[in-house]
Design a protein around this ligand. Structure first.
Ligand SMILES: [Zn+2]
Length: 282
């Protein structure tokens, strides 16, 4: 996961022009047939695509890895798995701040799940007979007071490193209860994700090892070795760019560079590698 900045006032047109549908949903509640031509219209998708850099809100897979991205309701619109008496957050079915972008695997896994730690909201915020649109925003006090357990990348000050850990073997682990629930509900432990993340680590490791081998065989100079190591570390830094998949992994590769890479080398090589790394960052 990574922090996503969505300008909540720039609402895509189809969501701005659907008052009649919202009113219908208010009457029909969970029985309302939500129009995916509206909440998942081309315009909404294109906006989300841009905001999310074509990556899943939860697992950060991108479309190049074959992930099909779908419009995901953060608060489920018609049912809540954790509470059979809940009708779903039907009043948020067309709410811009409730729409994330997720791959089909995360979307399917999460489905109607929405575990919380505090008091669940059951009814729409109304001003008389009119829906209070401010009360529908994700940062509305009643909604925040639910204390959702699924991490939302659009949260203010969201920092995935506070909740999730990625290990050198590609596995994801929890740091907090929210991290734990997000991993479990969205099945972020999926094998293909672990493999994808691990192969990135291995690729960098292989390249660094190759550089040391070439130096050992005297095929390259010491300067050339250092240059190659620098390039490889810069490639890891590049992985933090928003359009790259698995930026959280990249952040951990840099934060725990020793644990990810240095310890895999011979003591003399470790000194060289650490030195190159430290010079780049200090
Ligand atoms: Zn995903």
């Amino acid at each position: 996961m990574r922090k996503i900045v969505k300008i909540t006032t720039l609402i895509p047109k189809p969501l701005n022009d659907c008052t009649a549908k919202i009113n219908k949903a208010l009457l029909e509640k969970a029985g309302h047939k939500f129009s995916n031509n509206t909440y998942a219209s081309k315009n909404v998708k294109q906006n989300l695509m841009k905001i999310y850099n074509n990556k899943c809100a939860f697992c950060e897979s991108d479309t190049t890895a074959g992930a099909v991205l779908q419009v995901e309701h953060y608060r489920p619109k018609a049912k809540v798995k954790e509470d059979s008496t809940h009708t779903g957050y039907y009043w948020l079915g067309y709410e811009w701040t409730n729409l994330l972008y997720a791959c089909s695997s995360c979307n399917r896994a999460k489905s109607t799940s929405f575990p919380i730690a505090a008091i669940r909201v059951f009814n729409p915020p109304m001003n008389g007979t009119i829906l209070d649109t401010d009360g529908c925003k994700a940062n509305y006090i009643d909604l925040e007071n639910e204390k959702p357990l699924i991490l939302n990348p659009e949260e203010t000050n969201f920092n995935p490193m506070q909740h999730l850990i990625i290990s050198p073997n590609g596995k994801i682990r929890k740091k907090t209860n929210r991290g734990d629930r997000t991993i479990k509900v969205c099945k972020l432990y999926r094998k293909n994700l672990t493999i994808a993340r691990r192969s990135i680590v291995d690729e960098h490791l292989r390249y660094m090892m190759k550089a040391f081998e070439k130096r050992k065989d005297n095929l390259i100079s010491e300067n050339n070795l250092i240059g190659r190591l620098e390039v490889e570390i810069e490639r890891i830094v590049d992985r933090i760019n928003n359009n790259e998949p698995y930026t959280l992994l990249a952040k951990y590769m840099l934060k725990h560079f020793d644990h990810f890479f240095v310890r895999k080398f011979q003591p003399i090589e470790q000194v060289v590698l650490k030195d190159v790394f430290n010079r780049l960052f200090h």
